[in-house]
Design a protein around this ligand. Structure first.
Ligand SMILES: [Zn+2]
Length: 373
């Protein structure tokens, strides 16, 4: 197994990551083979009952058949230009364990039909690589809108996003909560919760989980505080079908410091108190062009922004996030240089070897109280 940028040979039939131990390849210290000590790991990527045969099929579809032991579950948002399956090819070329996609053009309402052939091509490609695919909703959707017409249009479009994800066997749909457009935070939050209630009713029995993403709070965007995330997720009729996607750039822009250990731990403690760490089911790893609390959403390459490398070192070594998919949404190039490989290598290189005493401590504690030092 290789570390660094080299694409890994990830074909069908590779071992399941859950065989019990945290081990480290000391020759390749960036490779941590991890049993998720919080007991979440890969199995979290579907919410299925494993005893049911249909559910087992779904699980195999949802995250491929070959999640490897050394998989850090890092990757990037990938373009679907040329067909949805092409995103997987692009992710495979970069050695991604996870990719994020839009299942349609994210800046248009219209939604082209997903043909059986498209679904089949996508499914085959994914299952051949073992890459976990998560979806992100369209930018146009605003479940907080005070305008009834726009809100209803957004609800219909989000249900469509759910149907597309379900059809593709995608286990997570990440979404931005929406903007209240000067109707006030209270009215906006109520509209989001009511919209979700309608969506959850219309998608009864769906397996795709909704992940509400924290925002930078730009303009009238809601979801910038952890308390707002809590109100949204816990306020709906089916909180068990919902989780949170934590974006580092957005949190920092919204005023949560993550630049050093004390800021990081304080922020994570607040997140834990508000929504609970087990609700964090995906991470967006982005540095920030803008400074703390400015509420301006501008993503920067890892380690080259106002957040800096330490934030990402802390996350990559935080056992609470082991087994949680980590996706870059950083700019694709810098002066003509393809930056996804650079940012992915930066993340891999931040992973520390796991020492024996850590291993023991984690196994004993169940880890939530003992982030690595
Ligand atoms: Zn994001």
């Amino acid at each position: 197994m290789t570390a660094g940028n080299a694409p890994r040979n990830r074909k069908k039939g590779r071992a399941n990551r859950h065989d019990g131990a945290i081990t480290t390849d000391y020759e390749n210290p960036s490779v941590v083979r991890a049993e998720d000590p919080a007991g979440r790991g890969t199995d979290r990527h579907s919410q299925a009952d494993p005893g049911n045969e249909k559910e087992r099929d779904y699980q195999a579809n949802a995250h491929g058949s070959a999640t490897s032991m050394d998989d850090l579950l890092i990757g990037a948002h990938m373009s679907i230009a040329g067909g949805i399956h092409r995103a997987i090819t692009r992710g495979e070329a970069l050695g991604c364990g996870v990719i994020q996609i839009f299942t349609k053009n994210a800046s248009q309402w219209k939604s082209p039909v997903l043909t059986d052939q498209t679904v089949k091509k996508f499914t085959q490609e994914r299952d051949g690589t073992g890459i976990l695919v998560i979806a992100h909703d369209s930018y146009l959707i605003n479940l907080a809108s005070p305008d009834t017409f726009l809100r209803n249009r957004s609800i219909a479009a989000f249900v469509d996003e759910m149907e597309r994800a379900e059809k593709l066997g995608i286990p997570y749909l990440v979404m931005h909560p929406g903007a209240h457009k000067d109707s006030g935070e209270e009215a906006g939050l109520k509209n989001i919760v009511r919209s979700f209630d309608a969506i959850l009713k219309q998608t009864r029995g769906f397996r795709v989980r909704i992940l509400v993403e924290n925002t930078a709070g730009q303009g009238t965007a809601l979801g910038h505080s952890f308390e707002q995330l809590k109100r949204i997720v816990e306020g709906t009729i089916h909180p068990e079908r919902m989780g949170v996607c934590f974006d580092t750039c957005h949190a920092f822009a919204a005023g949560y410091d993550l630049r050093d250990r004390s800021g990081y731990e304080r922020t994570m403690a607040e997140l834990d108190t508000a929504v609970g760490m087990t609700r964090i089911e995906a991470l967006h790893l982005n540095d920030s062009k803008k400074n703390l609390g400015l509420r301006v959403d501008r993503h920067e390459h890892i380690g080259r922004g106002m957040l800096g490398l330490e934030c990402f070192r802390l996350i990559m070594n935080d056992v609470r996030f082991r087994g949680v998919p980590k996706v870059l949404e950083t700019p694709k190039d810098l002066g003509g240089l393809d930056m996804d490989p650079v940012n992915l290598a930066t993340l891999r290189n931040l992973v520390r070897p796991v020492h024996a005493e850590d291993r023991q401590a984690r196994n004993v504690s169940g880890t939530l109280e003992n982030p690595p030092t």
